[in-house]
Design a protein around this ligand. Structure first.
Ligand SMILES: Nc1nc2c(c(=O)[nH]1)N[C@H]1C(S)=C(S)[C@@H](COP(=O)(O)OP(=O)(O)OC[C@H]3O[C@@H](n4cnc5c(N)ncnc54)[C@H](O)[C@@H]3O)O[C@H]1N2
Ligand code: MOO
Length: 420
């Protein structure tokens, strides 16, 4: 595929990434460590749950015909607790005290809640409410039946799924392996986090912003530090990254500067480049390549650009490697609150804050100055407004597409019932 000097369209590049990567192999993890992972096999129920009909209330297990007319006095045969087997079948005129979750005795087909009863002397009770067949009863196999496929391969292990696995008594879960991710920043101008401040240097922000983006996916990346713009040391650092990682993230050193050696060094190390430029802003010089042992993203050095490229291309790639089916972030439609100017030949991603109007519709307001070095614009953003190629600008009131970031799904608790 050949595209003009602006580079590949965003959607074509994403398609290329998703066609190139595929889910990693399978490993077993303990259930206690499985949250966020992706199931790699179908799982069936080996028995009915509940194994027999159980009461959903504390009360009296009855024969529905005995309580067709109330109030009625019945003889109490026994008290049945959850986890205990009933001892007596119910005959006409009898009932059993029963606890929530306890199995119904033979002959019972309904339950009257304790609130609908009045205890009389001895083993007698007066029931004030009737119960039709099945009333307050959870039938055998209500949650799952023996042989049912309860969870399918590809299922994301959210907390509810972990609960289902525990119900299935799965101690070790077969899941897709997590990608190993390594992060390398490049550039002589960069200063390590723990180095003394040098006014001529630029603190290495990208390693840590990218680290946090990777961690948010449940992956602990390897930080390879800073490689200088010097071919031998750079080659050694890149070679190490390629060796240890399924996905190597390299930031900086990809544009047309005289010291931008990253591309040629990766090529010399056997990386085949799929694309090298995207028609987007920020994030124009984005490189994606593969080698025998994995994949490499060459991210733009500008901190916002590298984070935006991560959101749009690296995150879907990592989620696909993890086995997820839903790999891309959700997009919503929003109404823009302020006019903005955008690049006419590139898809522009504007950092926005989201609120909602009284009808619950999303409203988007730019976070302020949008320079690709201004990390605060990412810090404050709930989403990335996607301004299409050709627009050149958008007016207040325009309907826009917004790619939701992590924090967009939360809201302040004291606005309960409102949409902000
Ligand atoms: N003649 C041209 N110059 C540039 C172009 C171009 O098309 N023609 N593109 C510009 C754009 S857009 C971007 S983005 C940058 C990308 O360049 P690189 O990926 O090679 O990145 P660097 O030049 O190394 O750095 C750019 C900028 O970002 C700072 N930086 C780099 N790494 C980090 C880090 N780890 N933490 C914080 N900040 C970092 C770096 O100091 C530079 O200021 O190229 C433009 N130039
Ligand atoms: O592509 Mo650069 O990332 O616009 O700043």
């Amino acid at each position: 595929m050949v595209f003009d000097e602006h580079g590949w369209p965003v959607d074509a590049a994403l398609r290329c990434v998703l066609e190139t990567v595929s889910p990693l192999g399978i490993e077993r993890v303990p259930l206690t460590r499985a949250r966020g992972r992706v199931l790699a096999e179908d799982l069936c129920a080996s028995r009915d749950l509940p194994p027999s009909a159980v009461s959903m209330m504390d009360g009296y297990a009855v024969r529905s015909t005995d309580v067709a007319t109330v109030p009625v006095g019945l003889a109490v045969t026994e008290e049945i607790c959850a986890g205990r087997q009933p001892r007596f079948a119910l005959a006409a005129g009898q009932c059993a005290r029963i606890m929530t979750g306890a199995p119904l005795p033979a002959g019972a087909d309904g339950v009257v809640r304790v609130e609908g009863s009045r205890r009389l002397s001895g083993d007698q009770v007066e029931l004030l409410e009737s119960a039709s067949i099945g009333h307050h009863v959870r039938p055998q196999g209500d949650s799952m039946r023996a042989g049912d496929v309860v969870m399918q391969a590809g299922c994301e292990l959210v907390p509810g799924a972990i609960g289902v696995l525990a119900t299935l008594k799965v101690v070790q879960v077969r899941v897709h392996r997590l990608p190993r991710v390594a992060i390398l920043s490049t550039g002589d101008e960069l200063e390590a986090l723990d180095a003394p401040v040098d006014p001529l240097k630029i603190p290495d922000a990208n390693s840590y912003a990218l680290m946090a983006q990777v961690q948010a996916l449940g992956i602990e990346p390897d930080l390879l530090g800073i490689a200088p713009d010097e071919p031998v040391a750079l080659q050694a650092a890149l070679a190490r990254g390629l060796e240890i990682a399924d996905v190597l993230l390299v930031s900086g050193g990809f544009s047309v500067g005289e010291h931008d050696y990253v591309q040629q060094t990766l090529q010399a190390l056997g990386v085949k480049q799929h694309f090298g430029r995207i028609a987007m802003r920020p994030g124009h010089p984005l490189m994606f390549g593969s080698h025998a042992g994995g994949h490499v993203f060459g991210l733009p050095g500008n901190p916002v650009s590298s984070m935006v490229c991560f959101e749009l291309f690296v995150l879907p790639a990592l989620r696909r490697l993890m086995g997820h089916r839903r790999v891309c972030r959700t997009e919503v439609r929003a109404r823009l609150l302020e006019p903005i100017r955008t690049h006419p030949q590139r898809t522009e991603f504007v950092r926005v804050r989201l609120t909602r109007d009284d009808e619950g519709r999303w409203l988007a307001r730019p976070t302020g100055a949008q320079g690709s070095a201004l990390l605060q614009s990412m810090m404050l953003a709930d989403g990335l407004l996607r301004a299409p190629v050709g627009a050149g600008g958008l007016a207040a009131g325009d309907e826009v597409r917004v790619h939701l970031l992590d924090q967009a799904v939360f809201r302040v608790a004291d606005t309960f019932g409102e949409h902000t």
